[in-house]
Ligand binder design. Structure first.
Ligand SMILES: *Cc1c(COP(=O)(O)O)cnc(C)c1O
Length: 367
């Protein structure tokens, strides 16, 4: 891959028709998730000869793509997800954006896409958030502006090879709580027929195809009365990996906390990594290791496992109340989050919304 130029200049073309304040305020009052987008977006183009170029902020608009555009056929596409938080003093911050930028580079490598420099990734975010800052809700009700950077093969060509034209795009959407039910525990369907990622596959890349392949399992979860699906390892169908878009944590009766180790098939969540540090600072013994699904089942029955939660940027930390599979089920929580789940969730959210000091240097000021 051609190394990117040292500086990428972003041109700015503002929209002539911003959404009127009253309409935007109505959206921000109850944003939902991923339904309404801000007035602008950022795009850039990559070709082997020119590297990244034509970078700019412009009015949010549909993209015109040829039917032969490679991404439609071969799914050479990656994405990221992070949020901008408004603090009580009106300032706006992102959380560990360099970590998302680095993961975007790792995903690009796996999908034979060009890397975008960390500085350019962060500059694109800062530019869009600054321009559309009115769209960042105040932090009440855990609202935020969700940011979705993505990159795809935009060359029109049906040959099977890495595309010679690639598009980077960044869009933003105000977000409320991810799960409509709020913090009440979710139920999980254990998928025994489908796997999400195999050794040597793309499980550690945040690529579009992983999601496409997980939807039928998610459908099965819904059909069985569950909210989300949990995948096991593809080799032995024994070890717990993660949900379709969230990592997992187990809390034990001695206060220790375990998350499945990164084995190349699990997505390296930034929330997951942050919780590893926060839990250790909170006095919990933290461990990354394989968790057999029987350990989950037996641990809940014996009382050894006291809480299970899922984590990711969109839903932050979500308690798991029930595990169901073909032939059985297990209830593991009452109507509310367990104390350790609640403690860890609050530790993270308090940093993101600026309610406690950020001793890790995780926050990046935008406005
Ligand atoms: C994005 C994602 C996560 C969570 O990652 P965060 O960086 O914490 O948002 C977990 N699993 C999968 C499969 C994902 O795509």
């Amino acid at each position: 891959m051609t190394s990117p130029p040292d500086r990428l200049e972003f041109a700015t073309t503002l929209t002539a028709s911003r959404l009127p304040d009253v309409q935007r305020d109505a959206v921000l009052a109850a944003p939902g998730f991923g339904v309404t987008f801000t007035d602008h977006m950022v795009t850039a183009t990559w070709t082997p000869d020119a590297g990244w170029h034509d970078a700019g902020l412009r009015p949010y608009a549909a993209l015109a793509l040829d039917p032969a555009t490679a991404v439609f056929h071969y799914a050479q596409a990656i994405f990221e997800g992070l949020k901008a938080y408004r603090h009580a003093d009106g300032s706006i911050w992102t959380f560990r954006p360099e970590a998302n930028a680095a993961r975007f580079q790792r995903s690009a490598q796996r999908m034979a896409l060009p890397e975008l420099a960390v500085d350019h990734f962060v500059a694109a975010l800062d530019l869009l958030i600054t321009t559309d800052q009115e769209w960042v809700p105040d932090g009440s009700g855990e609202r935020s502006l969700y940011l979705r950077p993505f990159m795809f093969a935009s060359e029109s060509f049906l040959g099977v090879r890495p595309a010679k034209e690639v598009t980077f795009c960044l869009i933003a959407s105000p977000a409320g709580a991810y799960f409509s039910k709020g913090l009440s525990p979710v139920s999980i369907w254990l998928s025994q027929d489908y796997t999400r990622a195999a050794p040597g596959g793309t499980g550690a890349a945040k690529c579009a195809g992983n999601y496409g392949a997980s939807l039928v399992a998610q459908q099965e979860a819904i059909a069985n009365g569950c909210d989300q699906v949990c995948f096991l390892d593809a080799t032995e169908h024994r070890f717990v990996e993660e949900l379709g878009g969230m990592n997992l944590y187990f809390v034990y009766d001695d206060g220790s906390i375990v998350t499945p180790e990164l084995s190349g098939t699990i997505l390296e969540g930034i929330t997951r990594a942050s919780i590893l540090e926060l839990a250790a600072e909170g006095g919990h013994k933290v461990e990354e290791r394989g968790v057999d699904v029987d350990e989950w089942r037996e641990g809940v029955q014996s009382g050894r496992i006291t809480e299970v939660f899922a984590c990711g940027t969109a839903a932050v930390v979500t308690p798991i109340g029930r595990l169901a599979w073909d032939g059985g089920e297990l209830t593991m929580a009452g109507a509310a989050a367990g104390p350790v789940t609640a403690e860890i969730r609050e530790a993270l959210v308090a940093i993101q919304y600026g309610r406690v000091e950020d001793t890790h240097g995780w926050l990046h000021r935008v406005v």
